[in-house]
Design a protein around this ligand. Structure first.
Ligand code: UDP
Length: 236
């Protein structure tokens, strides 16, 4: 499929049209942002890690019965994906208290939650992605009850599979963010990415942070952490 005009440029990826209206090409950048774009930087090689890790995990998730937008890896930084309309929600799943949950509820980082927690944010940079609940989502038509129920089922399935898969590779899945899209025929599929940009990943023995918190909190060793996750999962 031919790469055509750029449709969109986000903080970490560019999206291009192809000669088939049902498909797009995603191109991953090394640009990093945090705190709603306030902090900017570069994580050298991040685009390659995030593209290849996302593609690898999406293939595994398809086998687990979670439909995704992924079609084919085209290069180190590019993937062919189904064209979708993004459901305007960030779907966050948490296993261990960290980040905004720790702050909001006064729970120390690292405390294991007795069961997974799902949270939703309305995807809107100008508003700082405010947290919303089911009532907001249905009243504002961000998703229908049927769509949201499917999204929550998929999110928990992704969590169950990824948690145990990552643990086999010495990584604790603390929390993560998913996005879902709707294909032309209305099918809900997992979209966006699953990477150290969008997951909190801790070494399961040392609890060392192996994710974007190293960039957010100026902990150093950002590239090494991304490469370490890549190496453990893809063995390269
Ligand atoms: N997350 C993300 N994009 C966002 C907000 C959160 O990928 O715009 C991920 C984040 O990396 C973490 C999880 O979602 O793995 C939960 O994030 P949290 O709500 O704690 O927000 P943060 O502390 O990152 O601001």
């Amino acid at each position: 499929m031919k790469k055509m005009e750029q449709l969109y440029e986000g903080k970490a990826k560019k999206v291009f049209a192809t000669d088939d209206p049902n498909y797009c090409i995603v191109d991953y950048k090394d640009d990093a942002t945090a705190f709603n774009g306030e902090k900017k930087g570069t994580i050298v090689g991040k685009g390659v890690v995030n593209n290849r890790m996302t593609n690898f995990l999406m293939k595994l998730l398809e086998k687990q019965g979670v439909p995704t937008h992924f079609v084919e890896e085209l290069s180190d930084r590019e993937a062919l994906v189904k064209k979708v309309t993004i459901v305007p929600l960030e779907v966050i799943v948490r296993n261990i208290a960290a980040g905004s949950l720790s702050k909001r509820l006064g729970i120390e980082e690292g405390v294991k939650l007795s069961r997974p927690v799902i949270e939703y944010s309305y995807k809107n940079d100008a508003l700082g992605d405010p947290m919303v609940n089911e009532y907001h989502i249905f009243a504002m038509n961000y998703a229908t009850p049927e769509e949201l129920s499917l999204i929550a089922d998929y999110a928990l399935k992704v969590n169950a599979f990824l948690s145990s898969y990552l643990l086999e590779h010495g990584i604790e899945l603390v929390d993560f963010k998913l996005e879902f899209g709707k294909t032309a025929d209305g099918t809900i599929v997992l979209a966006d990415e699953i990477s150290p940009d969008t997951c909190r990943l801790w070494d399961s023995t040392t609890h060392k942070k192996l994710d974007k918190d190293r960039f957010r909190r100026d902990l150093g060793g950002v590239e090494d952490a991304y490469n370490e996750v890549f190496r453990r999962l893809l063995g390269e």
